[in-house]
Design a protein around this ligand. Structure first.
Ligand SMILES: C[S@@+](CC[C@H](N)C(=O)[O-])C[C@H]1O[C@@H](n2cnc3c(N)ncnc32)[C@H](O)[C@@H]1O
Length: 233
């Protein structure tokens, strides 16, 4: 599990960044504290992440440059969206846009998904989780690095409320199939049994059908991808 965001913690407490870490994203992070949390800040304020905590809480794992959190939060203003990622550049770019559009029901944290799921979230907390195009680690010897393994999915299952969703998309057919099997074996039920084809979006998400940043790239290049929505029953 990676401890991420410590340089922002240090800067926010008044320390100087080590020379090799001087970069514009770190100094910008100081101006974005309303929208960008570090792992330890998230831990300190948890569970009061949003102004309206009575609204559904949706987590996006691997939020990349923030497009999905921003657009989903704008279209679903009675839901809260927390996007997490592990690189300074991506979380700063994401939080910058949330600030620009003055979005109060979207936030970003620099946080490892394994830490959030295994250590921070209480049981039956999330109303939904989005995992869109997680890094596929396509080489055999790197497969062990994939986020979606049995342990992670079983832990996610515990952290989702009954009827909460797991919204999954991948361009990697083998990773998709293996994850599909793990989800179904962990107690999730595909939310398309009445539909005869995979549902592209959870029923309670307004707007769309929603296309993520990576999804648009794959569509433009003619690369196939796979998607399905699962529910905790
Ligand atoms: C392919 S990109 C996601 C694309 C984006 N979700 C979309 O659909 O447009 C995968 C992202 O997951 C992030 N990531 C990888 N491991 C992670 C982890 N353990 N916790 C949180 N984010 C992670 C990467 O930094 C990267 O930004």
């Amino acid at each position: 599990m990676r401890k991420v965001g410590t340089i922002i913690d240090n800067l926010r407490s008044g320390e100087k960044a080590p020379d090799r870490h001087e970069n514009p994203y770190l100094s910008e992070a100081l101006q974005l504290s309303e929208y960008l949390l570090t792992q330890s800040e998230l831990q300190n304020i948890f569970p009061n992440v949003f102004q309206e905590m009575q609204n559904p809480f949706i987590l996006e794992v691997g939020c990349y440059m923030g497009k999905n959190v921003i657009e989903l939060a704008e279209q679903n203003n009675k839901m809260n969206f927390l996007g997490i990622d592990i690189t300074y550049k991506r979380v700063v770019k994401s939080a910058r846009k949330l600030k620009r559009f003055n979005i109060s029901n979207g936030k970003i944290a620099i946080c490892d998904a394994r830490y959030l799921i295994n250590e921070l979230l209480p049981e039956q907390f999330l109303d939904g989780i989005c995992v869109f195009f997680p890094d596929p680690w396509p080489k055999d010897r790197h497969e062990k690095n994939r986020l979606l393994n049995q342990q992670f999915i079983q832990a996610v299952y515990q952290k989702i409320k009954p009827n909460g969703f797991f919204w999954f998309k991948s361009d990697h057919q083998v990773y998709f199939t293996q994850t599909n099997d793990l989800l179904l074996n962990s107690g999730f039920v595909a939310d398309d049994l009445d539909n005869n084809q995979p549902r592209a979006q959870p029923r309670n998400i307004i707007g769309g059908p929603y296309e993520t940043a990576f999804q648009k790239l794959f569509i433009n290049k003619g690369i196939p991808f796979y998607q399905r929505v699962y529910l905790k029953k």
